[in-house]
Design a protein around this ligand. Structure first.
Ligand SMILES: NC(=O)c1ccc[n+]([C@@H]2O[C@H](COP(=O)([O-])OP(=O)(O)OC[C@H]3O[C@@H](n4cnc5c(N)ncnc54)[C@H](OP(=O)(O)O)[C@@H]3O)[C@@H](O)[C@H]2O)c1
Length: 432
């Protein structure tokens, strides 16, 4: 083995930082054998070294000052596992300016500031890698950039958030309410104390924004991506979906439209037919389903979060960066985005849709609603009416594929009738 050593610094010794450290130190000999040089974790910056961790870091490697990593002459690769935008963005830009390759697991940072960071890296001739930012241990970014790169990608759809998939799975299997499973998930460590980013679809929005840019070669403005979470999903919806042969999943989807001129990128719950591979992805697991002109369908499946699974993805990027440093061939696969893609507004998107509503239990209600749907150009595929409470009935509609704007306008008109007590849930349906 060559005598060469590549020195790594880590920023943030939390869940992912600890996993990266464990993978790089635990399999140091195996990595050295494959890489042809030794990878040494030489310095780690964290603001709190008193906190209990599963791994023990030697005293001489620890610092509380990030600049001891980002500006140090003896560090070649900086791993950013702090999270959030501030101060992670500054640290990453500082490391790049100092000629270091950067590996990050920070989806928010890459989704919001990826263009700035990748441009800075290209100008400085260093690598920036971020496999751990999407799908935890699943090598989806590498697969899109390398294994599937000859192929024209048509669609990327994923279950990209383990917390929401865990909640929906338990609601489905155990008939529990959203709030009860969320509380349990928080107790078990599958959901954060503030779960907003997960349950409102924001985390999945960052991830699909990153995947859309890589799959379609255009940067996207993550703020233009429509996202909805799972807080509106009730046990009744899960039951109706089951009866009709669907699983409810939080899907993040990106596809080409208008011949590739614009992109349809969105995050929302969906009724997924049992026969679809994504319907079988349960618990904390993630999966990404890719459709390409040549490859047809490909699905990658694995743990979407966690210390070692994410540590594995980050460590893989570190090895890639080290390989480039040793061989002197940086930017092996640089940023492939050639422009900015326009995202189609949700109003213009056409889907099949499930709508559950509570209405006054009186004659003529069903007909009155159906009339308005017809007037607004919304076509009904099926309708089921059940007794709700003593005075109200529950109606579940499946609408044929139609534009979101027409459905919204019909529902507004229906609400004016005074016979609808609540439009409880609207869920898009993945065609069988
Ligand atoms: N957790 C996962 O399974 C997972 C999976 C995929 C991607 N990610 C992403 O990976 C990143 C890290 O997530 P995580 O779950 O590992 O977070 P975490 O457990 O909160 O770890 C972050 C660490 O950074 C430290 N830190 C905060 N400010 C710092 C500073 N200025 N200088 C040095 N250290 C600082 C924190 O210390 P304090 O705790 O004292 O603030 C903490 O130890 C996030 O972007 C996240 O979205 C996480």
């Amino acid at each position: 083995m060559a005598d060469r050593e590549v020195r790594v610094g880590i920023l943030g010794m939390g869940i992912v930082g600890c996993g990266v450290y464990q993978v790089l130190t635990g399999n140091a000999d195996g990595i050295a054998q494959r890489l042809g040089c030794r990878l040494t974790v030489a310095r780690i910056a964290d603001i709190d070294w008193d906190r209990e961790r599963d791994v023990r870091v030697p005293e001489e490697v620890r610092t509380t000052d990030a600049s001891q990593v980002t500006a140090a002459d003896d560090i070649d690769i900086v791993v950013e596992t702090i999270g959030g935008v501030t101060p992670a963005r500054e640290f990453v830009l500082d490391a790049i300016a100092n000629g270091k390759s950067v590996v990050t697991s920070n989806k928010e940072l890459i989704a919001k500031h990826g263009d700035e960071i990748l441009d800075a890296a290209a100008a400085r001739g260093v690598d920036v890698e971020f496999e751990g930012a999407v799908g935890g241990t699943i090598p989806i970014i590498r697969s899109l950039k390398e294994g599937l790169e000859a192929n024209r990608i048509l669609e990327v759809t994923g279950i990209l958030n383990g917390t929401t998939n865990y909640i929906l799975t338990r609601m489905t299997d155990e008939g529990l309410a959203f709030e009860d499973v969320l509380a349990d998930a928080q107790r078990l460590g599958y959901a954060e104390a503030d779960p907003t980013n997960d349950i409102e679809g924001i985390d999945a929005k960052y991830k699909i924004g990153i995947l859309a840019a890589i799959a379609f070669g255009h940067r996207v403005d993550v703020e233009d991506i429509h996202s909805e979470g799972i807080t509106q999903i009730a046990p009744a919806d899960i039951d109706y979906a089951k009866e009709m042969g669907y699983a409810i999943k939080l899907l993040a989807t990106a596809r080409r439209v208008d011949g590739g001129e614009r992109l349809d990128v969105r995050v929302h719950p969906a009724l997924v037919p049992y026969a679809h591979p994504l319907a079988q992805v349960n618990g904390v697991f993630n999966a990404v389903w890719v459709v390409g002109e040549a490859c047809d369908q490909v699905m990658l499946y694995g743990r979407g979060a966690g210390s070692l699974p994410t540590g594995n993805a980050v460590a893989g990027d570190v090895i890639d960066c080290a390989r480039n440093i040793v061989s002197g061939t940086r930017n092996r696969i640089p940023c492939t985005c050639s422009g900015q893609a326009e995202i189609v507004p949700m109003d213009e998107i056409a889907t099949e849709t499930y709508v559950r509503m509570l209405v006054k239990d009186q004659p003529g209600v069903l007909g009155a609603i159906a009339t308005i749907l017809g007037q607004e150009g919304v076509s009904i595929q099926s309708v089921v009416q059940r007794g709700g409470t003593e005075e109200s009935a529950e109606i579940v509609w499946i609408m044929h594929k139609g534009e979101e704007s027409k459905l919204r306008s019909a529902l507004n008109a229906i609400e004016q009738l005074g016979i609808v007590e609540d439009v409880c849930t609207i869920i898009r349906v993945v065609p069988a």
